[in-house]
Design a binder for this molecule. Structure first.
Ligand code: M6R
Length: 600
């Protein structure tokens, strides 16, 4: 949550910062601000709202070659201009942007800042006032910055400007992501490489609790005890066009349409010259030798994990537990003797999942991250990584990452099964190729699916998604998509569980979307549909060819039974998209949310 940028160089800073912040808006978008320095001093512009509003508030006449910027997702303090970053110390000498949560801010305030006037409700302001206080005592900004960083507990990526020195940006991070981008005669900082691709594709990774001074032609990295660290930049393997919408009205629609290509890319990346699965042998060994797999994830990635359980248990015959990361951290079950932990995370930065990873590493268990961002925190810190190859996912609502996660899990499951010598009548690469073609066919039926959104969801305030087995898991994802972007209250339910209480909510016209893609439960789910229809529900049945019946609302072409979630989710994604569109919702940036959830 929250995005940070910074620039020091020869060109005017404002546009570089604003462009970077626009690319980082997916990380939070309730308020924003920039701070720039020039010979007149420091200039801070802040607004409640989006970068577009910030852009309007910035004084074009102010020229500067050094600055920092921030787009916020509120944690401490409501979204407001006062709580927006940059925060400024009382003498106005220092301005600071921060991503993360300072856990000991109250203790720091009480111990160091008695009598200091505070102007916001944020944990962040404490840090900038602390730096000023320490500098007043030490009369050395570098030392004051390092000492302040040493006192912080929690997660942070921080950048600080000193009005008295337009030659340096002070930078540090702990648990929250931050990179320094390297240019010719300039350097930048950014929460991710995407945001600064318009100026450089070379980035230096920062480690937790390093104190960094970014100058025009130099990046000085030190550990907190002052030891100098040298680190080479890496080249970001990204194409700037990957993060543009092109002719699409929304990133979400573009990303839904990209799913067939992503699946083909995964086939290509995980296939060897003999058309067999190509997978890191260490990952294979870890799967082979584990007596139980624990999948840890949040939100949509958790839903992919539920499908992963079905795949791994069915194909590889390894028992799997799937846990919501935020619960697992505080309520750990009894673990097996030889577990393997799989972290599924599109961003690789989700704080809830990372908290589990840290604990699991302390316990000495093996860890694998399945992520779309190989250099991300979860990827770096786990023993092994499998890459999703989905390309940047910008819309807050996850779509192509979800299907990519399930595809990679299917490959992992089959690879393990084969390594264990199990006989399988299932070639995942061939079956995924069929899935990709089917996805394409479904993406071509947008008009029909938009009609479903209109017929079933136009007026409603709530909706249910039901299914059995693997369809239930897709129902959970369908409901999450719908509520996340259209604000219609939606619940995913196991078809047979409704009658144990929840059916009381069904009244005339309540939309119930039922999935019927599994032969073994086709009869049972249809009986559940009858139960709600006889209580007035407006039932939308999405079935798979071969299991379809007269009057089903939408029939998806047949794919392998275990891979149906990869295709049945596409109508769910599109239904949510069009329902949100019909309600004039901001599809790509739904309220109260952020793409990457880097606070616990
Ligand atoms: O980056 P991650 O996959 O770890 O993110 C987990 C969830 O925050 C994420 O899937 C969220 O639920 C999506 N916005 C849902 O569309």
């Amino acid at each position: 949550m929250c995005g940070i940028v910074g620039y020091i160089g020869e060109n005017d800073t404002k546009e570089i910062l604003l462009k970077g912040l626009e690319k980082l808006e997916y990380r939070g978008y309730d308020s924003a601000g920039i701070s720039v320095l020039n010979h007149e001093g420091s200039h801070v512009f802040k607004v409640k709202g989006r970068i577009a509003t910030l852009r309007e508030s910035v004084d074009e006449g102010v020229k500067s070659t050094i600055g920092i910027g921030h787009t916020r997702w509120a944690t401490h303090g409501a979204p407001s201009k006062e709580n927006a970053h940059p925060h400024v110390s009382n003498s106005e000498r220092f301005s600071l942007v921060h991503n993360g949560v300072i856990e000991n801010y109250a203790e720091l305030r009480d111990e160091y800042l008695q009598g200091v006037n505070l102007n916001s409700d944020t944990d962040t302001e404490i840090v900038v006032q602390l730096i000023e206080k320490l500098n007043n005592d030490l009369n050395d900004v570098d030392k004051a910055f390092r000492e302040a960083i040493g006192l912080l507990k929690g997660s942070y990526a921080i950048a600080v400007l000193d009005r008295e020195n337009d030659e340096a940006i002070y930078v540090a991070k702990n648990k929250s992501p931050l990179l320094v981008g390297v240019g010719d005669g300039f350097n930048v900082i950014s929460s991710d490489s995407l945001a600064m691709l318009h100026v450089t594709d070379r980035f230096v990774e920062l480690m937790d609790q390093e104190s960094v001074i970014v100058r025009r032609n130099e990046i000085e990295i030190r550990t907190l005890d002052g030891t100098r660290v040298e680190r080479e930049p890496f080249v970001a393997q990204l194409d700037a066009s990957d993060i543009e919408k092109g002719t699409y009205p929304h990133f979400m629609l573009k990303e839904i349409d990209e799913q067939p290509f992503v699946i083909r890319k995964i086939i290509q990346e995980y296939q060897d010259d003999q058309d067999e699965i190509k997978l890191d042998s260490d990952v294979r060994q870890a799967m082979m030798s584990s007596d139980r797999v624990y999948i840890i994830a949040c939100g949509t990635s958790y839903h992919a994990g539920l499908v992963g359980k079905q795949l791994i248990e069915n194909l590889a015959k390894v028992p799997v537990e799937v846990h919501v990361a935020s619960e697992f951290s505080y309520n750990m079950p009894l673990l097996s003797d030889n577990p393997l932990f799989i972290f599924i995370s599109q961003s690789g930065e989700t704080a809830d999942s990372r908290a589990v990873l840290v604990k699991i590493k302390e316990l000495g268990h093996r860890t694998l991250t399945i992520t779309n961002v190989p250099g991300s925190t979860l990827s770096r810190e786990a023993d092994y990584t499998l890459h999703l190859h989905a390309g940047p996912e910008i819309a807050v609502a996850s779509t192509k990452a979800y299907t990519a996660q399930m595809a990679v899990l299917a490959i992992l499951a089959v690879d393990t099964a084969r390594a264990k010598g199990l006989e399988l009548d299932f070639n995942p690469l061939q079956e995924l190729a069929i899935v990709a073609n089917t996805m394409e066919a479904l993406c071509d039926q947008k008009e029909a699916i938009e009609g479903i959104a209109r017929d079933f969801l136009q007026e409603t305030r709530n909706a249910f998604f039901i299914g059995r087995g693997i369809d239930y898991y897709v129902g959970l994802e369908g409901a999450l998509k719908l509520k996340e972007i259209s604000y219609i209250q939606a619940e995913g339910f196991a078809g047979g569980e409704l009658k144990h209480g929840t059916i009381a909510l069904i009244e005339d016209g309540t939309p119930v979307v039922a999935l019927a893609t599994q032969e073994s439960v086709n009869y049972a789910i249809r009986a559940n549909v009858q139960e709600v229809v006889s209580r007035g529900a407006n039932a939308c049945i999405i079935s798979m060819k071969g299991l379809d019946r007269d009057n089903d609302t939408f029939v998806i072409p047949q794919v392998h039974e275990l891979l149906t979630p990869l295709v049945s989710v596409i109508p769910m994604q599109l239904i949510a998209y069009y329902a949100a569109l019909h309600r004039d919702c901001d599809v790509d940036k739904p309220r109260n949310l952020a793409k990457s959830v880097t606070v616990e």
